[in-house]
Design a protein around this ligand. Structure first.
Ligand SMILES: *[C@@H]1O[C@H](CO)[C@@H](O)[C@H](O)[C@H]1NC(C)=O
Ligand SMILES: *[C@@H]1O[C@H](CO)[C@@H](O)[C@H](O)[C@H]1NC(C)=O
Ligand SMILES: *[C@@H]1O[C@H](CO)[C@@H](O)[C@H](O)[C@H]1NC(C)=O
Ligand SMILES: *[C@@H]1O[C@H](CO)[C@@H](O)[C@H](O)[C@H]1NC(C)=O
Ligand SMILES: *[C@@H]1O[C@H](CO)[C@@H](O)[C@H](O)[C@H]1NC(C)=O
Ligand SMILES: *[C@@H]1O[C@H](CO)[C@@H](O)[C@H](O)[C@H]1NC(C)=O
Ligand SMILES: *[C@@H]1O[C@H](CO)[C@@H](O)[C@H](O)[C@H]1NC(C)=O
Length: 475
């Protein structure tokens, strides 16, 4: 071996030991009892000054064999603040490791300052065998410099279409979509592609318990598609859609059912101008059915989740019950898209507003100017016309006087059975035999009337929010 080769070998050794010196690894272990399922367990670790990256690897006993344990992290700003100042990411049960640096982070985690101090891994035991969960967290801290500049968010456009918008019109969207920033399989660009294929004008990004994807939609949103900020707040007592969030906003998923923390989380969404929607209240998975609050505490209900099924049918029955009791809760739909065979925009929720902006869409939701159809090419134009000639559209209180006539123009639902429904149930039914088709009916009674169109087997093709016959009685 010549002198030069020796020098290179020595240099190589030296570099390797420098790199190794830049990393420290600690293994944190512990035990979670079965009675801690549905609570959250914090595991602290210290991050010294000069740390450039944090890598955490999670392992636990009987994973997938009776035990399931979610994963997330809070930085030294704390884990108690309900606004989530210290929140740095969540991946539920979808990932077993994450990295956070100034420049980038694992999807679902928030890149940026690697603050020195005490960080906390948050573990969310979800199911447990009787002997509990033994966990092991391997934390590697590195002082190696990380390439790339400081993370900069790229938010989606806040308005799509001309400003001011020419007139009110119906816009097609989806209020429940996941990406690989939580447990979906796909990148934002793929979701955008599918939304365009499905003729959508907008959708809301609703990854589980993290705002991470809301920070980057500007990298993928085309000029003619509005992408709204949302989170599917995945609690231990059901899931809800926090829709219309501010930039960076996070919503606390940890409050237990019927506690002030739940009210505060709802209030935080509304303060941002957003909307609280109960998601799929009757689906059957552990901790999925809705017991977090009273149904009437929410602004809306996802009455149709993905391809129409029994739980959605049950939700519609619940919604009818709420309407009959005088609770004007908005019905909306969501594909809950994670991967095939679901489709973004199945169902499609159509809203009437003057502008494709967050404020415009949220206003339409609050005013119930909303109907839902199974997918592209389907439309429902439902109005009530007074003898005096005034026309009222979905979500509104009838204007005018004299006898009222309901009129429904339906496109793309040939073969469906249209039902007009009032507080006492069906008031009129007619088979749709053409597309488009127009159905009219003159005898309407009760406080509201709404439309459902189902196929012969009872599967939903489309439904509208009601038209009302009285103002809400405010006490
Ligand atoms: C140190 O940690 C960083 C970040 O996790 C990693 O990329 C690098 O390979 C590690 N270096 C060594 C020598 O293990
Ligand atoms: C994960 O933990 C289990 C037991 O708790 C152990 O058998 C397994 O080897 C661990 N896997 C890794 C990759 O550390
Ligand atoms: C870390 O997570 C990624 C997915 O985010 C996965 O592909 C990889 O296999 C995981 N690493 C280990 C060691 O399990
Ligand atoms: C969108 O449609 C195009 C053309 O049919 C197709 O090639 C593409 O795969 C579709 N994208 C998605 C995400 O479904
Ligand atoms: C956001 O990403 C798009 C697409 O990559 C890019 O054209 C645009 O300049 C980015 N905007 C910001 C503010 O970084
Ligand atoms: C919620 O679902 C669980 C099963 O997952 C069931 O035992 C429980 O009775 C349900 N509660 C309500 C209020 O529907
Ligand atoms: C939907 O629920 C109603 C009761 O609310 C029931 O009569 C009907 O059979 C159900 N239809 C389907 C398709 O599940």
């Amino acid at each position: 071996m010549g002198l030069a080769a020796l020098a290179i070998a020595a240099l190589g050794l030296c570099l390797a030991s420098t790199a190794a010196a830049g990393n420290t690894t600690k293994v944190l272990t512990g035990h979670i009892n079965p009675d801690q399922v549905y609570s959250f367990v914090y595991v602290p670790f210290d991050v010294p000054v000069g740390t450039q990256s944090i890598y955490v690897y999670q392992n636990y006993s009987l994973k997938g064999q009776g035990n399931a344990c979610d994963l997330g992290v809070f930085d030294p700003r704390g884990h108690e603040d309900p606004q989530g100042v210290g929140f740095r990411g969540w991946s539920g049960g979808y990932r077993n490791n994450f990295t956070i640096t100034e420049a980038w982070a694992t999807p679902g985690y928030i890149a940026g300052a690697v603050y020195p101090g005490t960080w906390n891994v948050v573990l969310g035991p979800y199911t447990s065998v009787p002997s509990g969960i033994d966990y092991e967290l391997t934390v590697t801290l590195s002082t190696d410099p990380v390439p790339g500049g400081y993370f900069a968010p790229n938010f989606s456009s806040s308005r799509v279409g001309p400003d001011p918008a020419p007139a009110e019109k119906w816009y097609r969207g989806d209020f429940h979509v996941h990406t690989y920033y939580s447990d979906g399989d796909h990148a934002p660009s793929f979701i955008v592609d599918m939304a365009k294929n499905q003729s959508l004008d907008f959708f809301y990004s609703t990854d589980h318990n993290t705002q991470a994807s809301n920070l980057i939609w500007g990298e993928a949103d085309p000029a003619d598609l509005f992408v709204g900020r949302g989170i599917e707040v995945t609690t231990r007592s059901g899931h809800w859609g926090a829709l219309g969030l501010d930039r960076w906003q996070w919503i606390d998923f940890r409050p237990q059912a019927n506690t002030p923390g739940v009210d505060l989380a709802f209030a935080n969404v509304r303060e941002a101008g957003g909307f609280v929607s109960i998601n799929h209240p009757y689906i059957s998975c552990p901790a999925c059915n809705w017991t977090l609050s009273d149904f009437v505490d929410a602004d809306g209900i996802e009455v149709w989740n993905g391809p129409f099924d029994g739980p959605s049918n049950q939700t519609i029955a619940k919604w009818q019950e709420l309407l009959v009791a005088g609770n004007r809760v908005t019905a909306l739909g969501g594909s809950d898209y994670h991967r095939a065979p679901r489709l973004v925009g199945q169902p499609t929720t159509v809203v009437r507003t003057s502008a494709l902006t967050d404020a415009g869409i949220m206003d339409a939701l609050r005013r119930q100017r909303v109907y839902i159809v199974e997918g592209p090419g389907m439309e429902i134009d439902f109005t009530v016309t007074a003898a005096s000639g005034q026309v009222t559209e979905v979500g509104d209180v009838v204007a005018g006087s004299g006898a009222f006539t309901a009129e429904v123009k339906v496109t793309g639902m040939n073969g469906g059975i249209l039902t007009l429904i009032g507080p006492k149930g069906p008031i009129f039914q007619q088979k749709i035999t053409t597309s488009p088709a127009t159905v009219t009916h003159k005898k309407i009674e009760g406080d509201f009337v709404r439309v459902e169109i189902r196929d012969a087997a009872g599967s939903m093709l489309g439904l509208t929010n009601p038209i009302y016959f009285h103002q809400v009685q405010k006490s």
